[in-house]
Ligand binder design. Structure first.
Ligand SMILES: [Zn+2]
Length: 452
C-alpha cells in the first residue's frame, strides 16, 4: 500500500456536487484512491508534498485527441488550410504510420497532457494503413506503461474517394474487419470495473469517411457490450453540405437516422448546429467534446456550448489532434473554452468555474464514469497542483479564476495519476523529455519528411 500526503494546499477546488473550495487543506491518497481530505491530517505517508501556495484540481479529463498527430504538427503546407484540404494532404502522410511513429507520438502526447494537469484521456485512433497490423496495440501498450488513465478508441475509415468519401483507398478497411478488431481489443484490454485504467471505445471516424453500414452496425455492437461510442460531428460547413447532399440530412439528423444519439455517444466538435439539432442532442442526453483551439486553428467556427448545455447535452473539453491544435495542453484548452464561449454567447455565459467543470466532471460524465473528475474521498487519486507563487499571478484576487485569466507556462507543478506521481516540480517523472524530443526528430526525418 502506498500513501501520498499533500499538506497545506492553499486552495483545493474539489469540483464535487457542492462545488467545495477548501483553503489550507490536506489530501491523503491510499493506493489509487483519495482516502481523506481535510485540515491537519496526520498520517505516516510514503511521500509528502508541500501544497503551500498551490491550487489543487482534479486531474483533467480530455475527451478528444489523436495522439499520432503529434508527429505532424505545424506542417508548412497545411498551417493555413481548412479541414477538408488539410485532411486530404495529411492522409497521404499518415498512411506511412509505423510502430515507432505511434510509440513516440504517444509518449509526446501523454507527456504534454500530464504536464498540463490532465490524467485521463480518450484518443481517437482511426488510421489503419493496410500494410501494417495492430499499430493501435502499440499505442495502448505505450500509454498503459506511462500510467495514463486511457480510453483508446477503435476508430475506422471505410468510405474512400471511389465510394464518395474523403480518404484514399490505402487507409480504409472493410466493415467486417473493423468490427472484428474492435471485439479483439475489447477482449484484450477493456476493464469494466471502477478505477479502470483502460476502456475501449467504438469510434468510426466521421460521416464523410465511413459507410452508413458501419455506423449502424457499430452502435449495436457498442450497446451490446456497454461501451462508449465516439465520432466527429458537425465540425465544418463542408461537412454539413456533404451530409445534406449524401444523406438528405444535417449531420445530427443523420446520427438520428443511424441510431447514434444518447448518453453513451460522444461527439467531437458540434460547431454547426440548427436549433432542432441542439434539441435532439440535448433531449437525448448526448455528449459533446468541445475542441475550441482546433476549431479556431482550422477556422471551423465556434461551438454553441452554453446553448447546448441549456438544451441538456453533456459538454466536455478535448484538445483534439495535435495537427490542428497543435499542442496537448488541457489547461490552455480550458482557457480557450472560456474565451470562445464569451464571443459566441456573451461574457457572462462562461465563468471560469464552469469551464473547469466541463474539463473535470463534464469529461467524467461524457466518458460514463463517476470515479474521476472530482476531489472527494473514495474517488480516484488523480490530482493536479498548480504553483500560485509566480510573477504571472502577482496581484490576483481569485486564485482559481487566475489559473485561466493569468498564467505563464500553463504547466502543473505536481500531478498524481492513479496514485502515482507523474509530474514533480514541473518535471515529467515518466521519461526524459529531451530524449523523447530527439527520438521524435529521428522518426520525423525517417517517416514524415520524405513524404512532405
Ligand atoms: Zn479530431
Amino acid at each position: 500500500m502506498s500513501n501520498i500526503l499533500i499538506k497545506n494546499i492553499s486552495l483545493c477546488a474539489c469540483m464535487d456536487d457542492g462545488a467545495s473550495e477548501l483553503k489550507d487543506c490536506d489530501i491523503l491518497t491510499e493506493d489509487n484512491r483519495i482516502k481523506k481530505i481535510g485540515v491537519g491530517i496526520k498520517a505516516d505517508a510514503d511521500t509528502v508534498i508541500d501544497g503551500k501556495n498551490k491550487i489543487a484540481l482534479p486531474g483533467f479529463v480530455n475527451t478528444h485527441h489523436h495522439f499520432y498527430q503529434t508527429m505532424t504538427r505545424a506542417l508548412p503546407r497545411v498551417t493555413d488550410a481548412k479541414l477538408f484540404d488539410w485532411l486530404i494532404y495529411l492522409y497521404r502522410i499518415w498512411e506511412h504510420l509505423s510502430p515507432e511513429w505511434v510509440e513516440v507520438s504517444t509518449k509526446l502526447a501523454v507527456g504534454e497532457l500530464f504536464l498540463s494537469g490532465c490524467t485521463t484521456s480518450l484518443d481517437h485512433y482511426y488510421v489503419f494503413p493496410q500494410r501494417t497490423e495492430n499499430l493501435i496495440d502499440v499505442e495502448i501498450d505505450t500509454a498503459r506503461k506511462l500510467g495514463l488513465r486511457f480510453h483508446p478508441t477503435r476508430g475506422s475509415m471505410s468510405l474512400s474517394v471511389k465510394d464518395g468519401g474523403l480518404p484514399p483507398d490505402s487507409v480504409v478497411q472493410k466493415d467486417e474487419e473493423i468490427l472484428k478488431d474492435t471485439e479483439r481489443l475489447l477482449k484484450k484490454y477493456h476493464d469494466y470495473q471502477d478505477f479502470a485504467m483502460t476502456r475501449i471505445v467504438n469510434a468510426p471516424c466521421s460521416p464523410f469517411s465511413v459507410s452508413t453500414g458501419i455506423m449502424k452496425e457499430s452502435i449495436l455492437f457498442a450497446r451490446k457490450h456497454r461501451i462508449l461510442s465516439h465520432t466527429h460531428l458537425a465540425e465544418t460547413i463542408d461537412e454539413e453540405e456533404f451530409c445534406k447532399e449524401k444523406f438528405g440530412a444535417t449531420p445530427v439528423k443523420y446520427m438520428e437516422q443511424v441510431g447514434w444519439l444518447g448518453k453513451d455517444v460522444l461527439f467531437a466538435h458540434c460547431v454547426h448546429l440548427s436549433k432542432d439539432d441542439m434539441k435532439l442532442l440535448g433531449g437525448t442526453g448526448s455528449c459533446v467534446a468541445h475542441c475550441p483551439t482546433s476549431n479556431l486553428r482550422l477556422g471551423s467556427g465556434i461551438a454553441p456550448i452554453r446553448t447546448l448545455m441549456e438544451n441538456g447535452a453533456t459538454v466536455s473539453i478535448g484538445v483534439d489532434g495535435s495537427a490542428s491544435n497543435d499542442s496537448s495542453n488541457m489547461l490552455l484548452e480550458v482557457r480557450n473554452a472560456m474565451l470562445v464561449a464569451r464571443v459566441r454567447t456573451g461574457v457572462e455565459s462562461m465563468p471560469a468555474r464552469d469551464a473547469f467543470y466541463m474539463a473535470t466532471r463534464g469529461g467524467a460524465k461524457a466518458l460514463g464514469r463517476n470515479d474521476i473528475g472530482e476531489l472527494s474521498e473514495g474517488k480516484a487519486a488523480d490530482i493536479a497542483l498548480y504553483e500560485g507563487r509566480d510573477i504571472a499571478f502577482g496581484g490576483t484576487g481569485d486564485a482559481l479564476a487566475a489559473l485561466l485569466f493569468c498564467g505563464r507556462d500553463f504547466t502543473a507543478s505536481d500531478v498524481i495519476c492513479n496514485g502515482k506521481i507523474v509530474v514533480k516540480n514541473k518535471q515529467l517523472q515518466i521519461f526524459d523529455e529531451k530524449e523523447i524530443f530527439d527520438e521524435a526528430g529521428k522518426i520525423f526525418r525517417r517517416d514524415i519528411a520524405p513524404n512532405l
